[in-house]
Design a protein. Structure first.
Length: 372
């Protein structure tokens, strides 16, 4: 039986044939991983209709044998650059049309390839592997489920250790430690842990603010498995909301329930064949009708897997259609500068008949209140 990587390369070869090229040079690190299972870096993957070669260096000889059994390799010396190694691999082959990942290839590398491969035409084959990656196979879905489970366990620990003198930065460190303790490889991105008005900054970096400085606490986090697959969740909490410092409980409740309802409405409509633009509009229109339209201007969500941001994307400009096997976030938010913000995010698997919410962290109004 073919391995999952052989099946992925077989799908890619159909794309190579459709583009009428002789080979595709894969230089994007995560795409190399997706197609071969190799978890290192500094490695290119040359794929033709009937052959394949990983081009790497001495550091990865053993790792390549263990992670990519049966895949031919070319190991360059420390005196040999990648493009010279590629020329050696191409020597004597009938390759005249070479596909490249123009959307990620550095301009200087492109120019050097043009100069060194004199009799080879470079053809941009952009985003094709990423489109394959957008639809997850069963191996990937299992990894993502595990990444969600790890994230949820880490979040339970975070809530349990909250005290008024906890800083945002301290909570970040403890969250990552918990995820690793439960068996994860770490966090899937730098967590956003924001107190008070910092929650109005969608990509805030945790700092020295303490829980005691405001009841509003936004946590955007995820876990990564050892195979490299990620999760991505957000919850917004109220810590000790009865404190006299917080005069806006009614305002917070209105904002929170608006975000939650907009998210639930969008998730309800996720199904194969529905456009990403339509899903985005459902949530965005609800927030707009509630009077907060100008305070929500990022995309509703995105695919994820080996990278934290992958195809497809829920946005006002995306006409992509959902397919079974896609795994996406749905993360509406309302951000009020100088006051704070609310974002709620879950991980969703598109199924044959609709969708499955992979994450199960409570998000009803009662669950928002956390004493510390």
């Amino acid at each position: 039986m073919p391995t999952v990587y052989e099946e992925r390369r077989a799908r890619l070869r159909k794309i190579i044939k459709a583009h009428k090229i002789d080979a595709l040079l894969v230089t994007t690190e995560k795409n190399v991983t997706y197609l071969s299972g190799f978890s290192g870096d500094s490695t290119w993957f040359l794929i033709t209709p009937d052959s394949e070669t990983l081009i790497s260096d001495f550091r990865y000889i053993t790792q390549l044998r263990e992670e990519c059994p049966g895949v031919p390799t070319y190991i360059r010396t420390s005196k040999t650059g990648m493009i010279h190694a590629l020329k050696e691999v191409l020597k004597g082959t009938p390759i005249e049309q070479l596909g490249i990942e123009g959307h990620t290839l550095a301009l200087n590398v492109y120019r050097e390839l043009e100069h060194e491969l004199e009799n080879v035409s470079l053809i941009e084959v952009n985003w094709q592997i990423e489109r394959l990656r957008a639809v997850k196979d069963q191996t990937e879905i299992a990894e993502i489920r595990e990444a969600v489970r790890l994230a949820e366990k880490g979040f339970e620990v975070l809530k349990a250790i909250l005290t008024p003198d906890c800083t945002e930065e301290f909570l970040y460190f403890e969250l990552e430690h918990s995820i690793r303790k439960f068996g994860g490889a770490g966090v899937s991105f730098h967590p956003i842990i924001a107190v008070g008005d910092r929650a109005a900054m969608p990509h805030y970096r945790p700092g020295k603010l303490t829980i005691s400085q405001s009841p509003i606490l936004l946590v955007d986090w995820g876990a990564q498995t050892h195979a490299g697959y990620k999760s991505d969740l957000t919850r917004t909490l109220l810590t000790n909301p009865s404190t006299k410092k917080f005069k806006d409980i009614k305002k917070f409740e209105k904002v929170y329930k608006t975000v939650l309802e907009s998210q639930l409405l969008a998730i309800e409509k996720i199904a194969p064949g529905v456009s990403c633009r339509e899903i985005d509009s459902i949530s965005r229109d609800y927030i707009k009708k509630a009077g907060y339209g100008k305070y929500f201007d990022h995309g509703l969500g995105h695919g994820f897997g080996l990278d934290i941001h992958e195809l497809p994307r829920f946005s006002q400009g995306s006409d992509a259609l959902l397919e079974p096997g896609m795994v996406v976030t749905v993360e509406p938010g309302i951000y009020l500068p100088g006051w704070g913000g609310v974002r709620i995010e879950d991980d969703i698997l598109v199924t044959k008949n609709g969708c499955e919410v992979l994450s199960s962290v409570p998000k009803d109004w009662d669950s928002v209140h956390v004493s510390c």
